[in-house]
Design a protein around this ligand. Structure first.
Ligand code: FAD
Length: 382
């Protein structure tokens, strides 16, 4: 009898965890390892929540991926008996004169089969009087989209993976020499052991550039992103997920928020890329300037939240590629090494779909889609 193919997946975040689970379901033997655990506070998948939406602009694969992801999140949360997806809707407010992004999102949503409605300013104001709509021209509302539990989802995926026979180890791959992995020699781990597999999937988020300095380097650039949680008035549910959708305002800056739910308060963040950030050693203290800007914005957009106290903060990092597209490809010098990352501030929702895609590529030895490959970063003349 042929022995099962052994795949090592390094990184148990949104991309690695789901990849490991899907590989297992394709009958591989899978070892998943993580330096600090699934959804840890340093990882890009850490923290409480992430948005899932299909509004993505023109000519992109992400609306369809989000549609498939909504289906998979739904299936898996039912299987695990743990709610991970909150479908309280996503409201995308158009406040700029230029609504090309939103207009061109509509056919993509239609094609993907994601439910949406176009709302006038008056309708937005009527449905959600807690929003100041004076500068809102129109809006896209995706009633079946919403938000996901982030850290908990990563933990559930790893738990599901172990329950289905996967091996999980809390250890780190040592950096250095990874650019020249020799099949059979294995990876050196921080616990002193070695891990040899037939194929390796590195899904190390913002750490990928340091692990593969020549192949990736600053093609994945981690940037600091501040997240603020403001306290809602006592007993007032106007700013909770039962009364307010996830919202986004795509004007000079892309500001977004998730209403209070499950003991987590009113979340608000600015998608503008922050300064470069070291995911291992960076101190996670938010900037005073970011705090003031978002508190002022909140007072304008949600007048009843004016003066609300800041109750929690988080510093996370995006792992950005130059074009904000994902990176899924083989290492150019080692056909059995896969590099998966580049979520660029929007990757979490796609985790189950990225897992499906990567598992198929690895098990069927296929090539990745050109738009996700590394070669797109090389100069045309190279
Ligand atoms: C503030 C913020 C808001 C976001 N909002 C959204 C959103 O609303 N919707 C959305 O879809 N996406 C969002 N994203 C993006 C999304 O969260 C990320 O793209 C996604 O979580 C990346 O997952 P990953 O698995 O690639 O990386 P990670 O989650 O960082 O996972 C990498 C893992 O690798 C491990 N690791 C690293 N080095 C080693 C090593 N040497 N050995 C072993 N293990 C190692 C780490 O411990 C980590 O667990 C947001 C991100 C941030 C920071």
């Amino acid at each position: 009898m042929r022995s099962k193919s052994h795949i090592a997946v390094i990184g148990a975040g949104a991309f690695g965890g789901w990849t490991a689970l899907h590989l297992l379901r394709r009958s591989a033997r899978v070892t998943l390892i993580d330096a600090w655990g699934p959804g840890n506070s340093r990882s890009s998948s850490g923290g409480e929540t992430r948005i899932i939406r299909g509004t993505y602009g023109p000519s992109q694969p992400y609306s369809k991926m989000a549609a498939r992801a909504l289906q998979l999140w739904n299936e898996y949360e039912q299987q695990w008996g743990h709610r991970l997806l909150h479908r309280n809707g996503v409201l995308w407010m158009v406040t700029s004169d230029d609504d090309q992004f939103e207009r061109s999102s509509l056919p993509m949503l239609r094609e993907a089969g994601i439910a949406y409605e176009e709302l006038s300013r008056a309708e937005v104001g009527r449905r959600w009087p807690q929003i100041n709509v004076e500068d809102v021209r129109w809006a896209i509302h995706e009633p079946q989209s919403g938000f996901l539990k982030a850290r908990v989802a990563c933990q559930m995926v790893t738990k599901g993976f172990i329950a289905e026979g996967g091996e999980y180890r809390n250890t780190a791959v040592l950096t250095g020499e990874l650019e020249s992995i020799k099949p059979g020699l294995g990876l050196k781990l921080s616990d002193g052991s070695k891990l040899a597999a037939d194929q390796y999937v590195f899904a190390c988020g913002p750490w990928l550039g340091k692990l593969f300095p020549e192949t990736i380097g600053n093609r994945i650039l981690p940037t600091r992103q501040d997240v603020f949680f403001f306290g809602t008035p006592p007993g007032d549910d106007r700013f909770s997920a039962s009364k307010l959708p996830v919202w986004a305002d795509h004007r000079h800056r892309f500001i977004y928020g998730i209403p209070a739910a499950d003991g987590c308060e009113f979340k608000i963040a600015d998608d503008t890329r922050g300064p470069e950030f070291d995911p291992t050693l960076g101190e996670r203290t938010v900037s005073e300037e970011g705090f003031k800007r978002l508190r002022d914005y909140m007072a304008y957009r949600f007048p009843a939240m004016k003066g609300a106290p800041l109750v929690e903060t988080r510093v996370c990092q995006y792992e950005n590629t130059a074009d904000n597209h994902l990176m899924i490809d083989r290492h150019p010098a080692a056909g059995n090494v896969w590099l998966v990352g580049g979520g660029s501030g929007h990757g979490f929702k796609h985790g189950p779909v990225v897992g499906e895609i990567v598992a198929e590529l690895v098990m069927e030895r296929k090539d990745a889609e050109p738009m996700f490959r590394l070669e797109r970063f090389r100069p045309a003349s190279a």
